[in-house]
Design a protein around this ligand. Structure first.
Ligand code: GLN
Length: 196
């Protein structure tokens, strides 16, 4: 405690500004990742924001960020992936034939709620925290997980939040609600991993 954690936020597309605001409210500093040289900065965690996973994934490849980020996540860098970020992390996207980082042993379905349910908000239980607001925007859900993955939340039987070791994956957007408890949980993961 007492130390200011630096958290890297992928800032190539999507809702990264809101993620930075939430982290700053909790006393963390943010480092924006826009190009490969940004990886030279020191950071204790990584946030992959919502947005458009295909655009973000292609930019990760073009900017030479995909492989180094994959290596760091595999080596234990705490990562929070929300919505498109969850898709980037997933080992399989059942309705696409590509994979991006592929570090999280889950299968996700992109744009899983169809057009009519494009966006919606609910309040549901998230393990270890309690009832939290959940805002879904053209969201994926998790179809299945490996046994080693902890399921943190379901909405109407669909898995919408998971944790696997240093990786936290959410189908919804906690940064859009005025409730910082999920970001606090992630910041705690970052602090603990720095202490080890
Ligand atoms: N539909 C987007 C995708 O497939 C994700 C939407 C979001 O991040 N809110 O990448």
């Amino acid at each position: 405690m007492g130390r200011t954690e630096k958290i890297a936020v992928l800032a190539v597309q999507g809702a990264f500004v809101e993620q930075e605001q939430r982290m700053r409210e909790l006393g963390a500093e943010c480092v924006e990742l826009r190009q490969r040289s940004d990886l030279g900065q020191d950071f204790a965690g990584l946030i992959l924001p919502g947005g458009e996973s295909t655009v973000q994934g292609k930019l990760l490849v073009e900017l030479g960020l995909l492989e180094p980020l994959r290596d760091r996540i595999r080596n234990g860098l705490p990562v929070l992936g929300t919505c498109a970020g969850l898709i980037l992390l997933s080992e399989e996207i059942v309705n696409e034939d590509y994979v991006w980082l592929g570090t999280l042993p889950v299968k996700v379905r992109r744009n899983a709620y169809g057009r009519q349910l494009g966006s919606f908000c609910v309040k549901e239980e998230l393990k270890g925290i309690g009832t939290v607001p959940m805002t879904f925007i053209r969201a994926p859900y998790v179809e299945s997980v490996e046994d080693t993955v902890e399921i943190l939340a379901r909405v109407e039987d669909r898995i919408v939040a998971v944790r696997y070791e240093n990786q936290l994956g959410l189908a919804f957007h906690p940064e859009l609600d005025m409730d910082n408890r999920i970001h606090q949980m992630f910041l705690d993961m970052c602090r603990q991993s720095v202490c080890i």
